[in-house]
Ligand binder design. Structure first.
Ligand code: TYM
Length: 334
């Protein structure tokens, strides 16, 4: 008997333009995983409502995330590519799972605390239960692997807790999902100004988006922070230079990476040249994705067809899980 492929789930919020962090933290894994696993990838539109996006921006943002995923190499024939709100079974399991999530633990989640700091005027209940909804996105497909960047590690730990809690109380239904990356550890792409990580809506000049035009990319890399060379051979590489080397590792050849690493070590480094090389390689990487995504976004019919087919596939498995969960909880009467 053929063994069943492992299930993979991951999502991206439609809160802005996708960037290198989204690509190298998540999407790069999706593309490889689609060849090996049974994959479910979605646009987390319900999650995005916790930060009150403008309703007129949402449909376009959702379409762009879909287009950018496909332009990056995701094949909608191989994976289920869908929008979260097209799978209402998620909302029902979320309601059930909320009774197993404790206010105390939710209040302690670092991403919740960050949001309380960033938007004190809008600390809504959806923000508090964000990790429950995220756990349900994963558990409803009974997934075991979740490709995400480093910032989502804590949420995955909570998803495992909720799975365990459900299994202990009602009976075994959910595998315990693990955060996944093909490298040794989860990825975090730093922002170009050395302040935190690249993100969709903050620090625009320090984030490279998959939709950036060539001149924008060049300009952003030129402005990237570098601490000046010390002149002392063998001095440790500052974080700002390390960040540029990390980006080179993603888009440049190994020779280029070696050259500039050595140039730091023997203090012959010229940051202007280094940035010029990185900008050239980055443009080569981003431009084809940007152009393909542009074309795809013009083809709304095609994107809608994909969303619908993806939702159908996602709902099929989600409704089986939901029905099983209700049986175990004791709320299935016929
Ligand atoms: P979101 O939309 O913030 O980000 C989407 C994916 O991109 C990764 N990412 C990064 N990785 C490395 N470096 C960065 N600078 C960087 N910025 C973002 C994120 O880790 C993520 O993998 N809560 C999720 C969406 C979600 C989800 C899910 C994910 C909802 N339900 C179920 C997995 C499974 C989020 O806000 O991702």
């Amino acid at each position: 008997m053929a063994t069943e492929k492992e299930i993979v789930v991951s999502g991206i919020r439609p809160t802005g333009y996708l960037h290198l962090g989204n690509y190298f933290g998540a999407i790069r894994n999706y593309i490889r995983m689609q060849e090996e696993f049974n994959c479910y990838f979605f646009v987390a539109d319900w999650h995005s409502l916790t930060t009150h996006p403008d309703p007129k921006d949402l449909p376009g943002n959702v379409m762009r995330v879909l287009a950018e995923n496909i332009a990056s190499g995701l094949d909608p024939e191989k994976v289920a590519l869908y929008v979260q709100s097209d799978v209402p079974e998620i909302a029902e399991l979320y309601l059930l799972m909320n009774t197993l999530a404790y206010i105390g633990e939710l209040e302690k989640v670092p991403t919740f605390k960050d949001k309380v700091r960033l938007q004190p005027q809008n600390v809504n209940a959806g923000l508090l239960t964000y990790p429950v909804l995220m756990a349900v996105d994963i558990l409803i497909q009974r997934a075991s692997k979740v490709p995400v960047g480093k910032d989502q590690g804590q949420h995955l730990e909570m998803a495992r807790n909720f799975a365990q809690r459900f299994n202990n109380r009602y009976g075994n239904l959910f595998p315990e999902p693990e955060a996944f990356n093909y490298g040794d550890s989860l990825v975090r792409i730093a922002s170009l100004d050395g302040e935190g990580k690249m993100s969709k809506s903050e620090n625009e000049m320090a984030t490279i988006y998959l939709s950036d035009e060539d001149d924008k990319i060049i300009k952003k890399i030129k402005k990237a922070k570098t601490d000046s060379a010390t002149g002392i051979v063998g001095s440790p590489m500052p974080e700002s230079v390390q960040n540029l080397i990390e980006l080179m590792k993603l888009v440049s050849t190994a020779d280029v990476v070696d050259f500039y690493t050595k140039a730091w070590d023997d203090q012959t480094i010229r940051f202007g040249d280094m940035k010029g090389q990185l900008a050239e390689d980055m443009v080569k990487f981003v431009a084809p994705i940007r152009e393909k995504a542009k074309d795809l976004q013009e083809n709304k019919d095609y994107l809608q067809k994909i969303m619908k087919a993806g939702a159908e596939k996602a709902r099929a498995r989600a409704s089986e899980t939901l029905s099983e969960a209700k049986k175990l909880i004791g709320i299935k009467y016929y």
